[in-house]
Design a protein around this ligand. Structure first.
Ligand code: ZN
Length: 238
């Protein structure tokens, strides 16, 4: 039996699917995975992205942070791909309970997704570090240099930087969603990034599907492994 057919049957038999996705879901919308070392950043910037996207760098070199962030982390012209659309459609049909994502681009919501748990935050939310007022991403783009609140405080993107912890509430909701899932589809992640592998341990069912172009350390634990495009695979199976 072809993989796509197996996947389609698994989805048909499920009513509380959870999807867990990584950077590979967004690369098919043209958003590069900054963790893949292609030398691009090293040519243009004096530090690796892990440094420029760290909390200490944000605090100590805020202007340089925003210069990098605006140039390399904001892809507002990007559109949802087949993966985002298929998952939103499954949610609308009442078969999918939650999308847990490591991406910060908001593309699941742009595709119509409702219950999206953003482990690493979202570029679309930004808040004043002094008065907590929220700002949209347009405000960041239009600001020259460091974006400042009308109160004078520095506005910080609501994304989890290196050295920062994840939102405990989002973690708890993710654990709950995965624990209650009758099918868990994991896609577009090498499962090397914290806390991906740890979260998957909460899944108790017998339909763990991994969709990733390359091999992951958890392939042997999965009930179905598909090494193909996440967008094509999901649109064919849904
Ligand atoms: Zn303020």
């Amino acid at each position: 039996m072809k993989h796509d057919e197996t996947l389609r049957e698994m989805i048909q038999d499920s009513s509380s699917i959870v999807f867990f996705g990584g950077a590979g879901v967004s690369t098919e919308s043209g958003i590069p995975d900054f963790r893949s070392q292609d030398g691009l950043y090293n040519q243009q910037y004096p530090y690796p992205p892990e440094t420029m996207l760290s909390h200490s760098f944000f605090i100590s070199r805020t202007q340089e942070f925003f210069s990098f962030y605006k140039a390399k982390m904001l892809y507002l012209g990007a559109n949802p791909n087949e993966a985002h659309k298929a998952l939103a459609e499954l949610e609308k049909r009442g078969k999918l309970n939650a999308v847990i994502t490591q991406n910060i681009d908001g593309l699941h919501q742009k595709a119509g997704g409702k219950n999206v748990l953003e482990l690493h935050g979202s570029v679309h939310r930004n808040y004043c570090m002094s008065c907590r007022r929220f700002y949209g991403v347009e405000f960041i783009i239009e600001s020259k240099g460091v974006p400042l609140c009308e109160c004078g405080g520095v506005i910080k993107p609501d994304v989890v930087l290196y050295e920062e912890g994840l939102d405990e509430k989002i973690i708890r909701r993710s654990v709950k969603a995965i624990t209650g899932a009758d099918m868990l589809i994991v896609g577009g992640t090498s499962l090397n990034v914290y806390p991906a592998a740890g979260l998957l341990r909460y899944y108790q069912g017998s339909k763990l599907v991994l969709i990733n172009k390359s091999v992951t350390p958890l392939d042997s634990l999965a009930d179905l492994v598909i090494h193909e495009s996440i967008g094509r695979t999901l649109s064919d199976a849904c």
